[in-house]
Design a protein around this ligand. Structure first.
Ligand code: NAP
Length: 519
């Protein structure tokens, strides 16, 4: 390990002195406790981290985009310097394979550099300029200029299923820092060591690039205790979260009950419906089943974009189901991220199997060992699906529910679905042209529509939308992946009749930053 793990929170540039234990990292499957023991941040330390964030905000938010970009790029470089530590500790804590951890580290540093490029270029602030017209009749027009400004300190909750890309220096932190917001991270109990390695890298980058103390803190002690305290704290101005529906809605309730309610951007629960039309089956049912099985079992199904619900024409697709059955039966169980996710997978699949009208098409014939989850496929008629609201719930793991009905019944069922991150449609071009209302219905329910492809694999880019109506997210107007994620942590501000020199550079008459503006 390049830097020894201490098991203490990061309160700005110092380390916590907290002594109340909040648990060790635990190796999935064996239950072995990993050193060191972690300590919860005390209420005083939470208060200190928030005070430092409040003090850092006016300084950090006033830095130029180029200077903040230098900080983000330095974080990426520091993380690359500890990739071997991340891979070693990450495999122990999360059971994720080496290739996944290396890939996720690359995604994390790539995201940081993507946001760095966005703020270096600068046009993202959406500068709008309306010049004064003193001669306008019947009343003169005032000079009015607007742009986006950062909200203030942001609380970021690490996700269990992405120890890097949605954790300490993941997309929520990167986009908030890019916007000009200090960040206070709540580490996830599933991977405290990875969190500490990455936090050390961020703090080294902050010091090296001269960032104000308090621009970044990482707190141990869990979401229910420490996280709730951070969300309630008056300094906090927004929340980023990826996890369960119960956790996300609890944070929404806390944020709404503050004397100043604040926005919560929670990415929670999605089963990512896949609609298969006859034209797609005609292209080859077995190949489709193989591709579907690959998406279903990727990462032991522990992705928010896992395809957990499939609509299949009731009188077709038998070869698709037969192939899927054989793949699932031969499928190997995989180690899940932690014991609680493994238990919740076992409970949810048992509940689906026991619901009236649901039959188990296939389960893996290979017995799951401790901590493992095995693939499973259930089938239900569209009538029974609509009778049981619980069948819309998430089985977080490699399980899916196949719903069979006519194409018109499928179309009528789509508006009854909860909000989703994605919706996929497999169809021929002629079917797509003939089914505009089906595509329109899917668009109403999801943040990303996919044609003839599966939802796993989320490109990080300018046009990605990783969001969707509740309960996919708490705010369907937002995305947590891609450059649009920065807009979650900003608000528009207008300057009326200000002298040029007193305006932000982005709004000055000479456009010294050379950004694109609406004028
Ligand atoms: P989680 O239970 O929601 O925990 C995520 C974070 O939220 C943890 O830091 C947790 O802190 C905190 N939290 C939970 N309940 C809270 C509350 N009432 N108030 C404040 N903070 C709270 O999610 P998880 O541990 O990652 O996984 C549990 C289940 O969530 C999975 O089985 C799966 O169903 C779902 N999940 C979904 C996605 C997705 O992308 N859709 C991703 C991950 C997980 P504590 O440690 O104190 O509980």
């Amino acid at each position: 390990m390049t830097t020894p793990l201490l098991g203490k929170s990061f309160i700005g540039y110092s380390r916590s002195s907290g002594i109340e234990p909040c648990g060790n990292g635990v190796q999935p499957g064996t239950g072995t406790q990993l050193e060191p023991a972690y300590c919860s941040a005390t209420p005083e330390e939470v208060g200190h981290a928030m005070a430092l964030a409040a003090a850092a905000f006016p300084v950090y938010s006033s830095l130029s985009g180029k200077t903040r970009a230098g900080f983000l790029r330095a974080i990426a470089t520091e993380i690359e310097g500890v990739v071997e530590d991340i891979v070693e500790r990450g495999q122990l804590e999360s059971a994720l394979p080496e290739a996944r951890l290396r890939g996720e580290t690359g995604r994390t540093t790539g995201q940081l550099r993507m946001f760095a490029s966005q703020i270096e270029e600068g046009s993202w602030v959406d500068a709008r300029i309306e010049r004064a017209d003193p001669d306008r009749k019947p009343i003169p027009k005032v000079d009015l200029r607007s742009m986006l400004r950062p909200l203030g300190p942001v609380a970021v909750f690490c996700a269990s299923n992405f120890p890097l890309a949605f954790s300490v220096a993941g997309g929520d932190s990167a986009s908030a820092l890019a916007a000009g917001c200090p960040v206070v991270v709540i580490a996830h109990a599933s991977h405290p060591g990875c969190a500490e390695i990455v936090a050390n890298a961020v703090i080294r980058a902050a010091r090296a690039t001269g960032m104000p103390e308090g621009v970044f803190s990482v707190l141990y002690g869990g979401g229910r205790k420490v996280g709730q305290a951070v969300v309630k704290h008056p300094v906090t101005q927004a929340v980023g979260f990826t996890g369960s529906r119960s956790g996300g809605t609890a944070l929404m309730a806390t944020a709404n009950s503050r004397s100043q309610p604040i926005p919560v951007y929670a990415e929670m629960s999605s089963v990512n419906p896949v609609v298969i039309l006859p034209g797609a089956l005609a292209r080859g049912e077995e190949a489709l089943a193989e591709a579907f099985f690959g998406s279903l079992t990727l990462g032991v199904g522990q992705f928010c974009t896992n395809p957990g619900l499939v609509f299949l024409p009731g009188d077709q697709g038998d070869a698709f189901l037969a192939k899927l059955k054989s793949l699932v039966e031969a499928g190997t169980p995989g180690m899940m991220l932690n014991a609680s996710i493994c238990k919740s997978y076992a409970d949810s699949t048992a509940a689906f199997a026991a619901t009236d009208g649901v039959t188990t098409l296939a389960r893996s014939a290979n017995e799951a060992g401790p901590g493992q989850g095995a693939p499973a496929v259930f089938v239900v008629s569209i009538g029974d699906f609509l009778k049981h609201e619980s069948l819309q719930g998430e089985m977080f793991g490699p399980a899916t529910l196949i719903v069979r009905g006519s194409v018109s019944e499928i179309e009528a069922a789509i508006p009854k679905l909860e909000g989703q991150l994605t919706a996929s449609i497999f169809a021929s071009p002629e079917e797509l042209a003939a089914q505009p209302s089906l595509v329109q219905a899917l668009q109403q329910r999801a943040g990303r529509l996919i044609c003839n492809g599966f939802p796993t694999g989320v490109e990080v880019c300018n046009s990605m939308v990783h969001g969707g109506p509740f309960p996919a997210t708490s705010d369907g107007r937002s995305t947590s992946v891609g450059t649009m994620a920065i807009f979650r942590f900003c608000r528009p501000v207008a300057w009326q009749s200000f002298p040029d020199a007193a305006l932000p550079a982005e709004l000055q008459e000479a456009n010294p930053l050379g950004i694109k503006r609406m004028e």
